[in-house]
Write a protein that binds this ligand. Structure first.
Ligand code: PLP
Length: 280
């Protein structure tokens, strides 16, 4: 049984229900967070809870829980579900509203759910040794990708396209053929020892793993550049990798039919992955 926190109660996830009048269900009017638990420890919980609050503020969703209460509930869920390796999933929608109306009423009571999903990080570690393959896919999402909203149809279509092609992730590109991010990751290239990733703006999510890796890159005296890069630059990079809460730093060895360099995980990428894992 998986225990889920739902609006103040702890229930079996299969018994945890919200109304069909929930604005998350009707309008995707809500946000979420994913926090990894690796070898019994939370990874960057402060960064994730900070981003959760930012997402709520951007959508003007008000909750009556403090950050430390959300942290305590997450810890309790981890304990109740005996989670040593996996993720804590937090979702907050604006709440129930009837009759349906695009305009939200004042004073709605948000629906807050928190539960956990076990994950086999050993499998992810062995994937990282081999590197993963990817598909290019147009970035058809809305233009506020900085909000970690539950409106994920564009991401889901991209991810399923990659899955059909037996690839691990879709790399999204905009109308001018610049890479934005992955379907659920930040995308990086390394060219001439420079680590390059998309600048923070409304087109990408401020990845917590991205944020942490920037400090590692700087400490390692590698050059870090935040700038847009094209599909062409991606394909001719020395190394390519993705970062996310569940993949950490994952080498990318192929984009569609095109091999990156010699088609093996890059040395700098593997080094950054080791450094990241040492820190968490
Ligand atoms: N970009 C998108 C669209 C994502 O969904 C995610 C994670 O799920 C990321 C980037 C990486 O963010 P983080 O490193 O905080 O997991």
């Amino acid at each position: 049984m998986t225990t889920c926190y739902i609006n103040g109660n702890y229930r079996d996830i299969l018994e945890s229900k919200v109304s069909i009048t929930d604005r998350g269900f009707q309008f995707s009017d809500g946000i979420y967070e994913v926090i990894a638990v690796y070898e019994n420890r939370f990874v960057d919980i402060d960064l994730h809870l900070n981003r959760l609050i930012k997402s709520l503020n951007k959508l003007k969703i008000k909750i009556n829980l403090k950050v430390n209460q959300i942290e305590n509930i997450s810890k309790k869920i981890k304990k109740l579900n005996n989670l040593n390796n996996g993720i804590i999933y937090i979702q907050i929608t604006r709440g129930d509203q009837h009759p349906r109306d695009h305009k939200f009423q004042k004073g709605l009571k948000p629906n807050i759910i928190i539960y956990s999903i076990p994950k086999d990080f050993k499998k992810i570690n062995s994937k990282a040794k081999r590197g993963v393959t990817t598909s290019l896919y147009p970035d058809i999402r809305w233009l506020r990708s900085d909000i970690k909203s539950i409106s994920l149809l564009g991401n889901s279509m991209a991810a399923n396209y990659a899955k059909e092609k037996k690839n691990h992730e879709a790399i999204l590109y905009d109308k001018k053929n610049y890479i934005t991010e992955g379907n659920s990751s930040s995308i990086w290239i390394i060219k001439n020892n420079k680590c390059i990733t998309h600048p923070l703006n409304y087109r990408i999510l401020k990845g917590c793993t991205r944020h942490k890796l920037i400090s590692i890159v700087k400490r390692k005296k590698l050059k870090f550049v935040e700038k847009k890069f094209s599909i062409k630059a991606l394909l001719s990079a020395d190394e390519v990798f993705m970062t996310s809460a569940t993949n950490f730093v994952m080498p990318i060895i192929k984009v569609d039919k095109h091999k990156i360099s010699d088609g093996k995980p890059g040395q700098i990428t593997l080094h950054l992955r080791d450094e990241f894992i040492n820190q968490i």
